[in-house]
Design a protein around this ligand. Structure first.
Ligand code: ADP
Ligand code: MG
Length: 243
């Protein structure tokens, strides 16, 4: 079953055409990694999927149903969670409370049930010992893992990751990637914007290269990395792989 089907998606900000004729499908359990230069529309694309941005034209189907004016964007965002580059945890809440907050406030899950689930999720992301800590006392990598636990607490159907490790010190990146890898292995449907080519190579079912609002090329990681077809893909990969 397809989680998203995207047909002729276009997005403009004023006269700036940021996404141009995007067509693709994301299947259940698939991990799609999106790469491309800064400004190519990657974030805007993810944000269109959970209606943080409204597409200018085209059709988006979520689980085979057309997204239109009647679609409940809040409900869609509960099912399609997002993890950002900046984690934006609630600074005045403990780690545990951060993870419990949305299920209790938005889904009206009982405190007891939310707490049990949060404890389990913190274990999953390797932060059992930090449940009573406050975000400011954690490293960036730990905060990002809390943010992932917080997204998972809503029991999403799919997760969007927008450069989840770009704000982290290099030595903290792998802990976050390894949590994402575990999620992928467990069958979570994921769309991940990242510059971590090792992750793309190891974890992606499909890699999509975007440039200037277009999908230029897509394929299995082995094909994209070893035999890029398009000149722009080649140039981009040479640049990121040599840095
Ligand atoms: P990427 O994530 O690949 O770096 P973005 O999707 O963030 O690219 O941005 C693509 C283009 O859209 C850029 O030119 C950016 O300035 C523009 N853009 C993004 N968000 C907005 C916005 N809210 N308002 C106006 N322009 C925007
Ligand atoms: Mg971006």
């Amino acid at each position: 079953m397809s989680v998203f089907k995207i047909k002729n998606l276009e997005k403009k900000f004023g006269n700036n055409e940021v996404l141009k004729d995007i067509n693709m499908e994301i299947k259940e359990g698939e991990v799609v990694v999106i790469i491309g230069p800064s400004g190519s529309g990657k974030s805007t694309f993810l944000r269109c999927l959970n209606l943080l941005e409204t597409p200018t034209s085209g059709e988006l189907y979520y689980e085979e149903t057309l997204i239109d004016k009647k679609t409940d964007a809040r409900k869609l965002r509960q099912e399609v969670g997002m993890v950002f580059q900046r984690f934006n945890l609630f600074p005045m809440f403990t780690v545990l409370k951060n993870v419990m907050y949305a299920p209790v406030e938005i889904k009206h899950v009982s405190q007891k049930e939310a707490k049990e689930a949060a404890i389990e999720l913190l274990e999953k992301v390797g932060l059992s010992d930090f449940s009573q800590a406050y975000p400011a006392t954690l490293s960036g990598g730990q905060q990002q893992r809390v943010a992932i636990a917080r997204a998972l607490a809503m029991q999403p159907n799919m997760l969007l990751f927008d450069e989840p490790t770009s704000a982290l010190d290099p030595e903290l990146v792998n802990d976050v990637l390894s949590v994402m890898k575990d999620l992928a292995k467990a069958g979570m449907t994921m769309a991940v914007v990242t510059h971590e080519m090792g992750f793309a190579r190891d974890v992606a079912d499909r890699v999509i290269f975007m440039d200037k609002g277009y999908i230029i090329e897509e394929g299995k990681p082995a094909d994209i990395f070893s035999h890029p077809q398009n000149e722009r893909t080649k140039v981009f990969l040479q640049r990121v792989l040599s840095s």
